[in-house]
Structure formats: structure tokens, C-alpha cells
Design a protein around this ligand. Structure first.
Ligand code: ATP
Ligand code: MG
Length: 215
């Protein structure tokens, strides 16, 4: 892996990480990652599908290989987007702190790591493993998401991690109210999911009969 820009200025690379179940990946994820890439001058964005998500309580999650393949199909046309198997290949529950450590490769030498999350996920951050360490290792990009307000977030952040406000940046994105849950429900009901997710992902879902039973 290369950590420095190859353009003469030798600046550190900025890497965006986008974790998620991606069951399935959809336009909300992709628009979010692309906007974060531009606004924060990220050299690339790595999508990291979860293995056994510690925070997903309900329902059955699709096979990791299916979620990985759908994510790969979705990012195929973007030269700045990549997919990592680090979480789906790890045994047992996976935690963001471990993933961020993996990508930051030691704080000094490694690339600058930006963790991209939706507003719903950032509100949970204080329940995450070693969240203080996590805030020191990476910068968070918290993206607006319809239905979730970040108004309370700053007070809670100040109480739990004083002096860390500069490690979380808000990114307002034109509202895309799509979610994976919404897509799964539509497939179960036999409704179209065209334009909610890239076409190859739509075809993959059809081919493998995903989400038909609504379990
Ligand atoms: P589910 O409905 O199964 O929970 P999801 O659509 O929330 O799926 P996840 O895989 O849970 O997708 O989310 C991965 C990351 O993407 C999270 O940080 C989440 O907040 C963010 N995200 C998901 N959908 C959007 C959206 N429409 N706009 C902005 N961020 C989003
Ligand atoms: Mg979610």
C-alpha cells in the first residue's frame, strides 16, 4: 500500500473508509462517499462490508460474499472507490477500531484516515469499542440523513470526549431517503428497485433471488 501522494508534494494520502452492512449497497451510500471524497480531498474511498455486525440486532443478513460482490459491482465504475474484505474475513464480531487501526498502519507513518458515517451511525458512536481512541486515530465525516438530527450530538460529544469536536465534521448532502431496509422491503413486495441501486446490483439481487422472502 502507498501512503504518500505520487505527485511531488509527498503529502500523506487521505483515505476515506465507509463501513456498512451493504445489504444491499444503494445510491445513498454511493452519493455520500463521492461527496465526502470531493469535499475532504480524499485520495480514495474504501467500502468495508461488515462481517458479523455487533450493532445489528434484528433480522437475517445476506451472505458476506453476496454483500461483498454487490458492493464490488456498485463501485466498479468509480476509479477512486475500492472494497475491502478485512471485516468479512475476520472471525467473530468486527469493530470499527480494529478496521481503522488496520488502515492507519501506525499513526505517524500511515495515511490520514477519515471514517464516513451517516447521522444515525454517528449518534451511536459512544457505544462503540474504544471510541475515544477511535476519535484520536481518525477524523469522522458525519453525513446528514433524512430522519436523523445531529442537534444533540455536539453536547454528548463534549461530555464524553471533551476537546474532540474538531475530529467530527458535518457533511450536508441533498436528502436521499433510501435505505437498504427500504430496498429489501420493496423486493419482498415485488416492487421495482430501479434507480435506487446501480443496475448490476439490481441484476445480482434478481439472479440470486435475494430478499424475496422478507426474512
Ligand atoms: P439498513 O436499512 O439495513 O440499516 P442502511 O441503508 O442504513 O441499511 P448500512 O449498511 O446500515 O445501510 O449503512 C452504512 C453506512 O451508510 C452508515 O453509516 C449509514 O448511516 C450510511 N447511510 C446509509 N444510507 C444512507 C443515506 N441514504 N444517506 C446517508 N448515509 C447513509
Ligand atoms: Mg443502517
Amino acid at each position: 500500500m502507498f501512503f504518500f501522494r505520487n505527485n511531488g508534494d509527498n503529502a500523506k494520502l487521505n483515505v476515506g473508509l465507509m463501513g456498512g452492512t451493504f445489504d444491499p449497497i444503494h445510491m445513498g451510500h454511493l452519493v455520500t462517499a463521492e461527496e465526502a471524497r470531493q469535499q475532504f480531498d480524499l485520495d480514495y474511498v474504501v467500502f468495508v462490508p461488515t462481517g458479523t455486525p455487533p450493532h445489528k440486532e434484528t433480522g437475517k443478513i445476506s451472505l458476506p460474499e453476496h454483500r461483498y460482490l454487490m458492493t464490488s459491482l456498485a463501485v466498479m465504475s468509480n476509479p477512486y472507490f475500492f472494497v475491502s474484505t478485512v471485516e468479512i474475513n475476520s472471525e467473530g464480531p468486527t469493530y470499527t477500531i480494529d478496521t481503522v487501526r488496520h488502515f492507519s498502519c501506525g499513526e505517524r507513518e500511515g495515511p490520514g484516515v477519515f471514517f464516513i458515517t451517516g447521522a444515525d451511525a454517528i449518534l451511536d458512536i459512544f457505544t462503540w469499542k474504544e471510541y475515544e481512541k477511535l476519535l484520536s486515530l481518525c477524523t469522522f465525516i458525519a453525513v446528514s440523513r433524512p430522519g436523523y438530527s445531529l442537534d444533540r450530538f455536539w453536547d454528548i460529544l463534549d461530555r464524553n470526549c471533551p476537546g474532540m469536536k474538531h475530529k467530527v465534521h458535518l457533511l450536508e448532502i441533498p436528502a436521499l431517503a433510501v435505505s437498504s431496509t427500504y430496498i429489501r422491503e420493496r423486493v419482498t413486495l415485488g416492487k421495482t428497485i430501479k434507480y435506487l441501486t446501480p443496475e448490476p446490483v439490481e441484476q445480482f439481487i434478481k439472479k440470486h433471488g435475494l430478499y424475496l422472502s422478507g426474512e
